[in-house]
Design a protein around this ligand. Structure first.
Ligand SMILES: Nc1ncnc2c1ncn2[C@@H]1O[C@H](COP(=O)(O)OP(=O)(O)OP(=O)(O)O)[C@@H](O)[C@H]1O
Ligand SMILES: [Mg+2]
Length: 343
């Protein structure tokens, strides 16, 4: 089934459209005021001193604008951009090939940097600090390491799991930007811009409704807007509040913006584990999803909207969660008797 919130299922045309919607400058970039100010200062200082900006780590849940910001860093400084990702760098040699071909001032973007191979990580330490790598030549006793100077570059790393990065790597970034979920007013701005680009006949109430249901995430906002556009196209032609409500109901996006996976997680905690506490791995197995996805994608949002809290003994549903799902809260001792595996 087409899940409008699943980035993996986006068609090529939709991905192209997502690209077209990306803001090109810090000024166009909506929200993240703090991060924007921090980045602006870092880039301007580098320009004044005519040097490459410090390395930047962008951390936060999917769809909040990490790739977009990496592109902006390159674009604002008029620098070329090379894009790679952790899973594509499985050997130190993969990284050496990229690093040795960078031109002076280039921005190297490594997405999902927490998934890079260990051996490559170690090579990156030296490259980030001294713009130099050591290349091993030969094998066994005769092997020697040959130093190779690199062009000065700016590394922009992105991760949904900053906690998984080894400290030596994290410490070599001059600045870490923690992206936050967006406020509804900010999402309305994102949507208004996209609606113009889509040529949609819509209004503020309709956009506000979508803004309230997109998990604080611009990518989801834009995706839901496209489903609303479809609905309007097939029905009345107008993307008004009625069209938004009908389209979002059709795609299973509830009034809080919870999607199927969010609801599966909540229902598991509430009904199978009496409200918790329940450990991450148990939860992942119960809903048939990877623990990493639950921790990086589902949980931050559920915590943010106050449906669960994290305790030393596991995840616990809040009274608001019981109310949202229309259930009576389980007795506390029933919860305590359930198995607790991990955190
Ligand atoms: N601040 C913003 N203003 C306007 N649009 C935005 C903003 N942030 C993100 N978007 C939109 O959301 C989409 C997703 O953003 P982006 O690809 O940068 O997210 P990401 O953090 O890299 O996600 P992932 O972790 O999945 O790679 C972009 O196409 C862009 O149109
Ligand atoms: Mg990205």
């Amino acid at each position: 089934m087409d899940d409008p919130t699943d980035p993996e299922l986006a068609s090529e045309a939709e991905l192209a459209f997502e690209g077209a919607l990306r803001p090109r400058s810090l000024e166009e970039f909506v929200g993240q005021t703090r991060v924007r100010g921090q980045l602006q200062l870092l880039l301007t200082a580098a320009t004044i001193q005519q040097r490459t900006p410090d390395h930047i780590l962008l951390a936060g849940p999917p769809g909040l604008g990490k790739t977009t910001l990496a592109m902006i860093v390159a674009h604002e400084g008029g620098r070329p951009l090379r894009m790679s990702s952790g899973p594509a760098i499985q050997h130190a040699g993969d990284l050496a090939a990229i690093l040795s071909s960078l031109v002076p001032g280039e921005v190297l973007f490594i997405d999902e940097i927490h998934r890079m191979a260990r051996s490559a990580e170690e090579m990156l330490y030296l490259a980030m600090e001294d713009f130099r790598i050591d290349i091993m030549v030969g094998k066994g006793a005769g092997a020697t390491s040959v130093p190779l100077d690199l062009a000065p570059f700016t590394l922009v790393g992105a991760t949904t799991r900053a906690g998984l990065l080894p400290n030596p790597l994290r410490d070599r970034f001059g600045f870490t930007a923690h992206l936050e979920f967006y406020a509804e007013s900010e999402l309305e701005q994102v949507l208004a811009r996209a609606a113009v680009m889509l040529g949609l006949d819509t209004d503020r109430a309709a956009l506000a409704e979508i803004a309230g249901r997109c998990r604080g995430t611009p990518r989801i906002a834009n995706r839901l807007l496209r489903r609303v556009r479809d609905y309007a196209l097939v029905h009345s032609g107008r993307a008004d509040l009625g069209a938004v409500r009908a389209a979002l109901e059709l795609y299973d996006v509830d009034p809080l913006g919870l999607d199927r996976l969010d609801r599966a997680v909540m229902e598991t905690i509430l009904t199978r584990f009496g409200g918790g506490p329940v450990g991450l791995n148990t939860l992942a197995v119960s809903v048939g999803e990877e623990a990493e996805t639950i921790e990086a994608v589902v949980e931050p949002f559920l915590v943010r909207i106050g449906l669960i809290t994290r305790t030393p003994r596991g995840r616990v549903a809040t009274p608001a969660a019981w109310r949202h799902f229309g259930l009576a809260e389980a007795a506390p001792d029933a919860a305590a008797a359930l198995p607790i595996d991990d955190l």
